[in-house]
Design a binder for this molecule. Structure first.
Ligand SMILES: [Zn+2]
Length: 674
């Protein structure tokens, strides 16, 4: 066996990982050696006979764990975007090891003693602001990780963390298996009436691959709602499709959710908090459970009222089909009809104007040029982790290079659902590294030779994820701990949401939205109608989102010992009590497939999207109304906010841009909640 490629720093440009040399069997040995190396580095810190200084303790800690960082970045990405049975096995094996490793560092009494000592003298140390923040942030994280607990409590904490890590991995793997198993199989093409010929052909091909030759298979997306629901004319097929989606995983993951919620509540109590949610938000910009509950409570009533108004409109159209009451499986279908009739926009008419390459270059990249002066050059000479993943080098206005952006846009069986940004190399002045970031989407691959035409929502997703990418690319901090997107979860969605505004800016849309055959621009009137039509769906979208958020919140505000017996019964009761139970609008995720909160680190954090959106809507208004040229606003946003990462209080960064604290008005207006 050749040398493990993780053992040495990459010699490629930007330290791009040497993907061509990486094999799944390299992961486990690299993880093991990486953890051992970091523990040895920490032992050296605590063995230092010199009294603690920021340099010999905190900066040394920042420099530690290089090998672990290298392998973990590559592995995390692979397990999300190109997994395999072997990778899943490594994941299951590594998750508890990583949890234990985190504990080994944060429960190291000698290390914490040095940090505690420095923290006590922090005012006298004459530190620059970023170093002071490093000391304070590390100190808080050690305390929150149990550094002050006694021996027996720490032992229990280690046990809880290990079990939670293992359960999180199992939950995720159950979701993957249940989602595959619940795919809808139909016997005839007639049952798929309403789908395009391409989509029917794709369903036939999907069936062939999955061993149902001669039939048709609709695979499920990660959310409750499925895109085909808007199109399928056969009501019973819609009903079966939605039932398959809503029912997946309940038997296996319901009990897991109960167990995880109980363990999290116990851990929170051990660390001195009344609930897991209280523990989580202490470290977020929200700060308290009351702040989050208050925002959610304020939004529920108006959102439900909105949704009811939408339902009444749908009912009028559905009555013509003899449907007396709109069911959940009818909502998207009749929404689409109302959109077409009342707003005269047909989603299918838009697609030919949204060709992927054009949207990417003349939309997403163009907006980054207008606002920040960036340019992009594809580097086919650089190999990423999968043939679909394309590498671009990013340049500043003055020609200087900034970092690498990897775009991996297509769906494949080995990729999980949804869309996300990740980082392979984080920026840091201390290490001299520049960022390598990536975006993953799940755009269906067209038939060979056909152009990739996007739906309106996919265009939005492309802009959104690229907003995260910019946050990573613009990072300009000294310490790795603070780089780019390493901000609180209830802040991190904000820059990506802001980037969505470019999608409908006239100068941007005129550039990217052109018919892929004729080159004709998308008529401006159509864009306006589409934006107006989006307002129409806000009731539904806000309710399905809030329902999922309240579900997350309920699972994690349960105090220790608050036994939950049945996950589905709990879910129904919670939604009813919150006043968000609209029978025709299921939560965006139900408990059994709510990966965000049971396996992806968003527990008690799903509220973050709407919390961030308060900042987003406010900032978009600032961009539009501040009277500055776009390029100047962009520069200010970059310098004062994106570049800062977590190296200062994120709300201070917000104030440095907008000139005041965030206000909720623009969000309420945008979502039709006033
Ligand atoms: Zn996002």
């Amino acid at each position: 066996m050749t040398e493990n490629p993780f053992f040495k720093p990459s010699s490629l440009v930007y330290e791009l990982p040497p993907f061509a040399a990486i094999r799944p069997e390299h992961y486990l040995p690299a993880y093991e050696r990486g953890m051992a190396e970091q523990l040895a580095e920490i032992a050296a810190i605590t063995a230092d006979p010199q009294p603690p200084t920021v340099d010999n303790t905190l900066v040394a800690l920042e420099r530690s764990g290089e090998l672990l960082r290298r392998v973990d970045a590559v592995f995390r990405n692979q397990s999300a975007s190109d997994t395999s049975e072997l990778v899943d096995e490594v994941d299951a094996e590594v998750s508890p090891l990583l949890a234990a490793h985190h504990d080994a560092i944060h429960l190291d009494r000698a290390l914490f003693a040095r940090i505690e000592e420095l923290y006590g003298r922090r005012a006298e140390l004459g530190l620059d602001p970023e170093s002071l923040r490093l000391l304070e942030t590390r100190h808080i994280r050690f305390v929150r990780s149990g550094a002050r607990l006694g021996e027996a409590e720490q032992a229990r904490l280690r046990g809880l963390n290990a079990e939670l890590a293992a359960l999180g991995t199992t939950f995720q793997q159950n979701v993957n298996a249940a989602t595959k198993a619940a795919a809808l199989v139909v016997d005839t093409a007639e049952e798929l009436d309403g789908l395009s010929a391409d989509a029917v052909a794709a369903a036939a091909e999907n069936a062939r691959v999955l061993g149902h030759e001669g039939r048709f298979v609709l695979s499920l997306k990660s959310t409750s709602g499925q895109p085909e629901l808007a199109l399928l004319t056969d009501r019973s097929v819609r009903e079966r499709l939605l039932a398959a989606s809503l029912g997946r995983g309940a038997a296996v993951n319901g009990p897991l959710a109960i167990r995880m919620a109980a363990l999290r509540a116990e851990r929170a109590a051990l660390l001195g908090h009344p609930s897991h949610a209280a523990y989580v938000v202490e470290d977020e910009t929200a700060g308290t459970v009351e702040a989050v509950s208050g925002l959610l409570a304020r939004l529920v009533g108006p959102a439900v009222a909105n949704a009811r108004r939408e339902a009444a409109e749908l009912a009028k159209v559905a009555a013509a089909d003899g449907i007396e009451e709109i069911a959940a499986h009818d909502w998207a279908y009749y929404s689409e009809k109302v959109r077409q009739e009342s707003y005269q926009v047909d989603a299918a008419v838009l697609r030919p104007y949204f060709e992927l390459e054009r949207v990417l270059h003349d939309g997403v990249f163009l907006a980054a040029k207008l606002a920040y002066g960036l340019t992009f050059t594809e580097r086919p000479d650089l190999t990423a982790y999968h043939p679909d993943a394309r590498v671009f080098e990013v340049f500043e206005e003055d020609g200087g290079s900034l970092g690498l952006f990897i775009g991996d846009f297509h769906a494949r069986a080995s990729k999980r659902g949804g869309a996300w940004m990740d980082e392979l190399v984080g920026q840091s002045g201390l290490t001299g590294r520049r960022p390598v970031v990536l975006n993953n989407l799940n755009i269906a691959r067209p038939a060979p030779g056909e152009p990739v035409l996007l739906a309106w929502d996919e265009v939005r997703t492309l802009f959104h994820e690229f907003g995260h990418a910019l946050h990573g690319l613009f990072s300009d901090v000294r310490y790795p701990l603070f780089a780019g997107t390493a901000v609180p979860r209830d802040f991190v969605e904000f820059p990506s949401q802001v980037n969505e505004m470019w999608m409908v800016r006239p100068e941007v849309v005129a550039s990217y939205a052109r018919h892929h055959v004729t080159g004709e621009p998308l008529p401006a009137a159509l864009v306006e109608r589409m934006v107006a039509a989006e307002g129409f769906g806000e009731g539904f979208r806000t309710v399905e989102y809030l329902a999922a958020t309240l579900l997350d919140w309920a699972w994690h505000t349960v105090p220790q010992g608050g036994e939950i017996e049945d996950a589905e019964e709990f879910e129904a009761r919670v939604l009813a009590e919150a006043g968000i139970a609209v029978p025709a609008i299921p939560p965006r995720y139900r408990t059994a497939y709510f990966q965000h909160i049971f396996s992806s680190g968003y527990s008690a954090g799903y509220y973050a999207y709407i919390w961030s959106e308060v900042l987003d809507a406010d900032t978009v208004q600032w961009f539009e109304g501040n009277g500055r040229p776009v390029r100047e606003s962009g520069e200010l946003f970059r310098r004062e906010l994106l570049a800062r990462g977590f190296s200062r209080d994120p709300l201070e960064s917000f104030r440095a841009v907008v000139g005041r604290a965030p206000e909720i008005g623009p969000l309420l207006a945008r979502r039709g909640l006033v």
